[in-house]
Ligand binder design. Structure first.
Ligand SMILES: [Zn+2]
Length: 226
């Protein structure tokens, strides 16, 4: 593993380097890492800023037309170490299958793109990080990699996630939590697929949960019942 960093890089990432569970090895893994966003939202923008600041190698962003040029400039100029790849709009399964194999993992914080992201990640064998907001809560979870696929979660009570964000401040919480999970995953910190956390922003509580793989899942089980 190439653990050579310039003086400037050590200065930029000094706080992460000091973390015992992260260190230079974690930093290097993040530098080698690549993430493809499925869909675009305020939370994606928020998470992207953290990922770039932490030294992510490559960030694939689709739907460039939805990003204000000044914010895109902010993102591109945040860290010269991160390559921002602007992709065409990913509108169908084939688009994901074309792009995803080049990336280490897939992430989504966009309700309208969850289904496609789930399918793309399952077909290409990539881990999928999801961040969604309920009325006053935020849920993050990890799919794929031998664990549940997104469809295993579909017909179950989706912990804390009731659809439709009401609490406006939840957007940035989704972004920062998702960025934190992605960075831990890239750095090699153990995050078993199926694990998730629900943060109730009104109660001020965090509840971990686990989504089991559904042996009757129509999408990922070997002998689906339906
Ligand atoms: Zn499944």
């Amino acid at each position: 593993m190439d653990l050579v960093f310039t003086h400037e890089q050590i200065g930029r990432y000094s706080r992460h380097v000091l973390l015992a569970d992260f260190g230079r090895e974690g930093l290097e893994r993040v530098r080698q890492g690549s993430v493809l966003w499925a869909g675009f939202s305020e939370a994606v923008m928020e998470a992207s800023l953290y990922l770039c600041a932490a030294g992510l190698g490559t960030l694939g962003v689709a739907f460039p037309g939805r990003i204000e040029s000044s914010r895109l400039l902010d993102l591109k100029s945040l860290n010269p170490d991160t390559r921002i790849e602007l992709l065409p709009d990913l509108k169908g399964e084939r688009d994901y299958m074309e792009q995803l194999p080049r990336f280490g993992l897939c992430a989504s914080a966009s309700e309208t793109h969850l289904t496609l992201a789930g399918k793309g990640a399952r077909e290409s064998g990539k881990r999928l990080h999801v961040g969604v907001a309920g009325k006053t809560s935020v849920v993050t979870a990890i799919f794929g990699d031998g664990g549940p696929c997104l469809d295993c979660w579909r017909d179950r009570p989706r912990q804390g996630y009731s659809g439709g964000l009401l609490w406006k401040a939840a957007s940035s919480v989704v972004g920062s939590l998702l960025a934190s999970q992605i960075l831990k995953d890239l750095a090699g910190i153990d995050l078993p697929p199926g694990d998730g956390v629900c943060f109730d922003l009104f109660e001020g509580t965090a509840e971990p949960f686990h989504i089991p793989r559904d042996s009757n899942c129509p999408s990922c089980s070997e002998q689906p019942s339906g």
